[in-house]
Design a protein around this ligand. Sequence first.
Ligand SMILES: Cc1cc2nc3c(=O)[nH]c(=O)nc-3n(C[C@H](O)[C@H](O)[C@H](O)COP(=O)(O)OP(=O)(O)OC[C@H]3O[C@@H](n4cnc5c(N)ncnc54)[C@H](O)[C@@H]3O)c2cc1C
Length: 455
Amino acid sequence: MAEFDLVVLGGGSGGYACALRSAQLGLSVVLIETDKLGGTCLHRGCIPTKALLHAGEIADNSRDAGRYGVNAQFLSMDMPAVNAYKDGVVSRLHKGLQGLVKSRNITYVQGYGRLVSPNTVEVNGEKYTGKNIVLATGSYARTLPGLDIDGKRIITSDHALTLDYVPKSVIVLGGGVIGCEFASVWKSFGADVTIVEALPHLVALEDESSSKHLERAFRKRGINFELGTRFQAALVTDESVKVTLENGKEFVADLLLVAVGRGPVSANLGYEEQGITMDRGYIIVDNKCRTNVPGIWAVGDLIPTLQLAHVGFGEGILVAEEIAGLNPRPINYDGVPRVTYSDPEVASVGLTTVQAKERGYDVVELNYDLAGNGKAQILGTSGSIKLVAQKNGPILGIHMVGARVGELLAEAQLIFNWEASAADVAPFIHAHPTLSEAMGEAHMALAGKPLHAHG
Ligand SMILES: Cc1cc2nc3c(=O)[nH]c(=O)nc-3n(C[C@H](O)[C@H](O)[C@H](O)COP(=O)(O)OP(=O)(O)OC[C@H]3O[C@@H](n4cnc5c(N)ncnc54)[C@H](O)[C@@H]3O)c2cc1C
C-alpha cells in the first residue's frame, strides 16, 4: 500500500491543478485518472470547441472578405482537416501537461479509482492511502427522459466534437453556453441551425440585456430559435430526426444535439458508502471545498459551483493551499469571469441587474454601445458593455457582447474584484484604438464625464 499526503481522484482541471499546486508546496501526491490527463476541458470541452469556433470564424471571414476589399471565396469546410487542426492543438497541450505532471514528481496512476475507505482509493487492485483525499471526478453530458443518445442522430457535445462532416441541418436542444457555442460553429460551417430553449432567453444565466443582444445577433446570422418552449419527443428515422415541442411545433433535421446541462460523475464510486453528504449526485462542500468527512475534499464540476475549467483550477489550488496550511481566502464566485465564445461573444463578471437588486443594492446602470468604438467599427462588430453599479459606490457587474469581448474580462474582473468605482477607473488611459477603450469610455460615462458617448 502506497501512502501520500494527497490522493487525487480525477485528472481534469480541478484534479490536476490541485496535484500541481500541492507538489509545488512540497506535498507528496498521487493523481489517478481513468481516461486522459486534462479531462473534459482539454479533450472534450473548452479547447476543442474553441478550435472549432476559430475555424468557423475563418470561414465567416472568407465569406465576408469582399466587405474589406479582399478577393476571397468560401468554398466549403474540409472537416477531416478541421479535426486534424483541432486534434493537433489538443495533443500539443496534452503532451505539455503530461510533461508538467512528470516534472513535479507527481505519481501518475492510469486506472479507474474507487473510494474504499475515508483515506483510501483502490485502483487496479492497488490501494493508495492519503492523509487527504481530493475527489475530482467531474461531469458528464445529461439528457432528458425519453431522449436516447444514439451517437448518430441524437448526440451530445462529445459526439459533436468528432463529426467528420458538416450536417445540413441541426436542432440544438438547450440554449445555454454549450448549445449556443455549437449553434454558432455549425452556422459558420454552413448548416441550418435551430435552438430550442425552455427558458425565455438564450444564455439565461446572463444579464437579460446580454441575452437580448445575442438573440438579435443570432437572428441576423440566420440562427433560428424557439424560446420558452419545452421539448416533447424525438423520432429518429434513417435520414433524419424529428423533434416535437410542447407548443405543437415540429422540426426535422440531420442531427439533434442535446445540450441540456452536465451532471456530476459520482455514482458507484464509494462516495455515499463513506458517508459523504451529497445532493442530487453533487458533493456538498464548505467554502474551502471540505466535505463533511474529515480529510476528504471535492472540487470542480463534481460540486455545485460554476461548471468552468478555471473554477476547477481555482478550487484545486485552494484545497492544495489549505492542506499546506497557507489559509487561503475562500473563492468569491461572483468574481469569476464567464464567457460564451459564440459569434458574437458574451462575457460577464459580477452581478446582473436583477441579482444586484435582489441583494438590496441601490442600482445604477450604464450601457456603452460598441458602435462608438473605433476598433469595433474596424472589426465590423456590434454589441455593448453594460455596467451595473451601486449608486455612488463600486461596480457590481460588467456585461459585454461583441467580437473578442472575452479578452476584456481581464480588466473587468480586476475592476469588480477590487471593488473599484466608475470614478476610480475613469482616469485610466486606454490604448487607442482598442476594444478596451470601450471599457474606459463606459466608466467615464458612468462617472459623469463621457468622451465618445452621449449623455
Ligand atoms: C463542450 C464543452 C465546452 C466547454 N467549454 C468551456 C470553456 O470554454 N471554458 C471553461 O471554463 N469551461 C468549459 N467547459 C467546462 C469544463 O470543461 C469543466 O468545467 C471542467 O472540465 C471541469 O473540470 P473537472 O476537473 O471538475 O472535471 P473533468 O474535466 O470532467 O475531469 C474529471 C476527470 O476525472 C476522471 N475520472 C472520473 N471518474 C474517475 C474514476 N473513477 N477514476 C479515475 N478517474 C476518473 C475523468 O476521466 C476526467 O478526466 C466546457 C465543457 C464542455 C462539455
